[in-house]
Design a protein around this ligand. Sequence first.
Ligand code: ZN
Length: 477
Amino acid sequence: MTAVTDALEQVRSTLREVLRFDDPARWPDDELLAVTASIEAVGRVIDAHRAACAGEVDERSRVELGSERLSSRRGCRSASELIERVTQASGAEARRRITLGAATRGRVGFTGEPLEAEFPGVAAALAAGLLGADAASTIVRELDRPRRVADPVTLAAAERELIAAATGTGDGAGTPVQCAADELRVQAQAWAVFLDQDGPEPDDDRAMLRRGLRLGRARDGLIPIRGDLMPEVAAGLTRLFDAHLSPRSNTGFVTDEQAAHFDLSGEQRSTDQQRHDVLAAIIATTARSGQHPSIGGAPPTVLVSVRASDVAAGRGAGHADGVEIPVSLRAVRQLICTGGTQRVVLDDRGRIIELGSQERCFTPQQRRAITLRDGGCLIPGCSVPASWCEIHHVIPDVEGGPTHPDNGVLVCWFHHRSIDTSGWGIRMHHGVPQIRPPIWLDPGGGWRDATKSPTRIADRLERRTRHRAERRPGPAA
Ligand SMILES: [Zn+2]
């Protein structure tokens, strides 16, 4: 073995002696933190040489050496694999050390003249044990792309500033407070943008290639959705979510009367659940808009098949085109209520023997009339606007309820989906929707006219004011 490995072996046994602690659980706080910092300082020295060794292994394994590559001679496909085998580190860690080592090692020019490292400041701070591998890697990673295009003087300044921020070193009063690696990343990204004004473009190209959205395999009765959105698409979606998840106070739809009766802050859905319901409304609105490609001449609505006998008996399940798991009868009823049905009768062998016409869909004209009357989701405290609502058949079609404005009210996806279980009652009274809150919200409460339509609310306020004024005794003579 070499002198260096012998010496390191001695350091290791000395360290093991020194660090043969008594139980850390008994240390006072200050001592625990002091030892934590000291061990980190020792680790930084080691980290610097881990990176240096990895950089050298990588250099000796560069592709142009062919069969003479160090990695090839040791039966490995790459420098990274060789380091993994020698150190038992993970592939990610081996690659990180190689990147750092390569960026901080001295180079040789075309004519054999020595050149300084790509990041000389980081190299010096690493070697001095001032900078940890974490912080050093962050600086190298974030400044690597701008390094190729930026003015060298400004680049050197950026490197110096970031090292000063990471180590808390510098001159005089301008010395920054030492920052942790995460904070350093934010600063380094800001510098990267400053150094490379055209910077986001290559990122954008990469992002365009990697963008995507997919529905996963069903699990526990749900379909997972995963993907990566372009930033501006995510921004648009966030805007839609925000618009519908904003605090109730700015909806302006809720009357004093309603507010007095119900605890409107009683939102029981999590934010994630609310976002899901907003997405449901986005999908329904979009399908209804008529501005999207049709599927076989029909707007892209969900096709669900269910047996009429199951709907009548209230058991079984439906099957929606495009998903592999069955949908509940509650969901089927909602889809029928909103989207209409077409009756298809099959014989025992599956042959179609009767095909009804499509029914039970409110026409756009009916929808406009209902929107004028109801103004939005009828449930008090719900801020979903009319254009995002579904139309609910108050008396279900199977019980003879007509598809007529006198039997259709606006409710949002969530309140429609939970209408059987939420405890909210909805009925029509001489063509005017009335709601009755659940007992837990309003014990002993009765039916009340419901609307979110600003003109109808104004009407009602005016009527009540007039009524009060008439009952008030006149001024004493
Ligand atoms: Zn609602």
